[in-house]
Structures are given as structure tokens and as C-alpha cells.
Design a protein around this ligand. Sequence first.
Ligand code: MN
Length: 157
Amino acid sequence: MSNKNKNIVETAIEIASTYHHDMYDKYGNPYFEHLERVADRVRDMEYEMVDETSEINLYVATAYLHDVIEDTPMWIGEVKNLFGEDVTLAVDLLTRENEETYADYVGKIKRAKGLSGKIARVVKMADLLDHLMGPTPCPPHLIKRYEKSLYTLMGRL
Ligand SMILES: [Mn+2]
């Protein structure tokens, strides 16, 4: 684990806590708590899903940043300046466009190539698990969609 990559996690925490400041989930909890739980899940998944040559900190940094383009004024060019190409491509994959159906969005993540594709799949699975099994109840109408998305992504680990 290089120092350079150790720093990107610290930078990602700073960026996420700054940009998601004053945002709350539908239950009134600070949004940053969701990002921390997703990052913790990704750390837990390290030995199961991230091969030993991978840099776990690229995955953890992406976990903190996974909603920053979709939900805040953060610009993707700034993500690239701070975090480099692999994290930027992964965050871009994790950003759902307005006109994109949820199935198309998950399908795009499933098919994505390279390290950024793998990072996006691991982070999205951790995100879905937090929605389904985290401390805040999943709205019933979303349970099937999230379960189906999880199975879709499990098809390509
Ligand atoms: Mn999320």
C-alpha cells in the first residue's frame, strides 16, 4: 500500500464530507454516514473480491466518492485532477444519468471493462448491500430492484 494511495483515501474523505455537507438521507441521518458504511463494506470485501495486486485504496476512495457527481456540484474534471483516471472512470460509471433507466445503469456497470469497471462493480454491490441491509430501512418498492441489481452484478465479479 503506497503512501500516494493512502493519501487518496484521506482526500476522498475530505471531498465527500465537504460536498455532502448539509445533506441528509430520507430518515434525517447525515449522508456522509452512508458513504462511510459503503467504504467500510468495500474494505471488508477486500480479501474476497479485490485481488492482491490491486490497490484497495482506489476502491475505498471510489466508495467515498460514488455519489459526489450525481448529488453535488462537484465536477468530474476535479475528480480526475485529484484522484486519477481509474477512480474517475469508476465514479463516472457509478453516476446515473437522468435519462438512464436503473436496469441500463446497472447493465453498464456490469459490462464495464478494466480496473475501473471492477472498482465500480465492487462499490455498487457495497452500495446496494447498504440500501438492502444497512441500518436505514429500504423502501419496500425498491427492494426487488436492488436485489435484482445485486444478482446482475454478482454475475460478473
Ligand atoms: Mn450510494
